[in-house]
Design a protein around this ligand. Structure first.
Ligand SMILES: Cc1cc2nc3c(=O)[nH]c(=O)nc-3n(C[C@H](O)[C@H](O)[C@H](O)COP(=O)(O)OP(=O)(O)OC[C@H]3O[C@@H](n4cnc5c(N)ncnc54)[C@H](O)[C@@H]3O)c2cc1C
Length: 477
């Protein structure tokens, strides 16, 4: 047994330290692309124990990888295969520290499952609006580590916008208590924003103070049909003006997506089965007055859109069950694609005003280079963030298609970049996009990132090999 392993056992108790073999369930990433190895996996009980683990790892020069629910899609929470890292699991750190309804804030530990954070807020008569498909298993720490988005970014913002304060264990094992429930605080550099989205490479987030919102009194959902993507974008602008802050989600689907859902979920809802329109969007309105107020707003805004020929058709849910059924369409998209066989996923964003141009240009480019590939484009149109997924041509195989991954993805990412966009709107960089980043960031931006990493983690022990290429981290050992 190594000295470090014994030291960790002494620190946390033997039952909270696992060997590499015992830690096997944590060592493969969600997509099955990466398999790592560790010296130990540890389950500290509180922030002081996290800090003590970090200090011990520093003494032994051991890398530290923090993992939440392991639902991230970029291999960011999977250690490398060297077996030298200590995997930090915060599953025992799931306490609610404070609910302050006068300040509309909630302070919780980073190991809390997102769904339980939503439940705590709801039990206090408030809304914590971060919501995503993995909410039953992802943790707040992971949401903060990736600056997760989800379905309500349009109204409430990403995890960053929902966070007022953080508690962080630094790469040296110090504890920074920045759990401030302040909406205004201009006292220098915003350290909170540095740690959010840093994928465990700058510090270990142990707790956060989050913003709460009023629970909506009513919700209204509709599935809308459009003649073109440009028309959907124009409608979105009209809906923003008409609904104001009540517009909570605007999720794109295509006719091909609906057909895929029909094929793989034949028992599910089958809206617009005979429609000829190619584009659809799921719209959600959260109303702080009443059902009738929401319905009136719907009638006015949709009516105006029909008159202006911004909308081809609309299916308005008239019950909670119907609304849930419509949302199932969006939520089942990942599973429907999985059942159809692997495809190439691109989590890109472009300015909303350039979405239609990006899709038209990129579809044409791909058809020219990879004739017959099938496009499943869907997602958060309200945020300019599309899941631009590409499946194999009919008559070809998944394997033959996936062999073109590098070349095809390069075209998609270059196109997103050329349209003023990002190659990672939600899922981060992790290991999967590590080598791509230098192509799309300026030398100045990369250098600033490296200098921040160098300042906060000079020994390069926090989640090495993620976000920044290790040879670029000066002093990395
Ligand atoms: C079905 C499904 C739907 C999804 N939908 C969305 C979506 O709509 N929007 C979206 O943004 N993402 C989405 N994701 C991706 C994923 O769920 C999110 O990125 C989530 O926030 C990751 O949380 P996690 O606890 O699983 O983190 P992990 O996967 O365990 O870790 C992710 C990263 O965060 C770091 N990290 C974890 N804990 C901490 C901590 N305490 N301190 C510092 N860093 C930490 C890790 O080191 C790693 O770099 C989806 C994933 C799935 C499987």
């Amino acid at each position: 047994m190594s000295e470090l392993f014994a030291g960790l056992q002494q620190l946390l108790g033997a039952s909270h330290v696992q060997s590499c073999e015992q830690a096997a369930p944590y060592l493969t990433d969600k997509q099955g692309h990466y398999v790592g190895a560790v010296l130990a996996a540890v389950h500290p009980a509180n922030t002081q124990e996290v800090a003590a683990v970090v200090r011990l790892c520093v003494q032994h020069n051991a890398p530290i990888v923090v993992q939440g629910g392991n639902t991230g899609l970029m291999g960011a929470a999977t250690p490398d295969a060297s077996g030298t890292a200590v995997l930090l699991l915060l599953d025992r750190m799931n306490r609610v520290r404070e609910v302050d309804t006068d300040n509309d804030t909630l302070t919780v530990e980073a190991g809390c499952i997102l769904q339980s954070v939503q439940d705590v807020a709801r039990n206090a008569g408030r809304l914590f609006p971060l919501s995503l498909g993995a909410e039953g298993s992802c943790t707040l720490g992971g949401n903060l580590g990736t600056n997760a988005g989800g379905t309500a970014v349009l109204r409430y913002g990403n995890t960053r916008e929902l966070t007022l304060g953080l508690e962080v264990v630094t790469a040296q094992g110090e504890i920074w208590n920045g759990l401030r429930g302040l909406r205004k605080d201009n006292t220098g550099y915003d350290l909170r924003d540095l740690f959010i989205g840093s994928e465990g490479t700058l510090g270990i987030i142990t707790a956060a103070t989050l913003k709460l919102f009023p629970l909506p009194k009513a919700q209204a959902t509709a599935l809308l049909a459009f003649e073109s993507l440009g028309q959907a974008v124009e409608f979105l602008s009209h809906a923003r003006a008409g609904f104001g802050a009540s517009l909570t989600a605007f999720e794109l689907l295509t006719a091909d997506c609906l057909a895929l859902l029909r094929e793989h979920f034949p028992q599910g809802p089958q809206p617009f089965i005979k429609a000829t329109q190619p584009w659809f969007a799921l719209l959600e309105l959260s109303d702080n007055h009443s059902d009738s107020h929401a319905r009136d707003a719907f009638e006015t805004v949709l009516g105006e859109a029909f008159d202006a020929e911004l909308l081809a058709d609309a299916l308005i849910a008239d019950s909670l069950a119907q609304s849930e059924a419509l949302w199932q369409l969006r939520e089942n998209m990942s599973e429907a694609q999985k059942r159809a066989g692997r495809n190439m996923k691109h989590d890109i964003s472009v300015p909303i005003s350039r979405v239609a141009e990006f899709v038209e240009h990129t579809n044409a480019l791909l058809q020219a280079h990879f004739p017959g590939v099938r496009h499943y484009t869907f997602g958060h149109l309200g945020d300019g963030n599309l899941h631009y997924n590409v499946a194999h041509p009919i008559g070809s195989t998944v394997e033959a298609h996936m062999a073109h991954y590098e070349a095809l993805s390069l075209l998609v990412h270059d196109s997103a970049h050329a349209h003023g966009g990002s190659i990672s709107a939600e899922h981060g960089i992790g290991q999967r996009k590590l080598a791509m980043l230098p192509r799309y960031k300026s030398a100045v931006e990369l250098d600033l990132m490296q200098r921040i990493k160098q300042a906060l983690d000079p020994r390069g022990l926090l989640n090495p090999g993620k976000v920044l290429l290790s040879q670029n981290v000066k002093g990395n050992v």
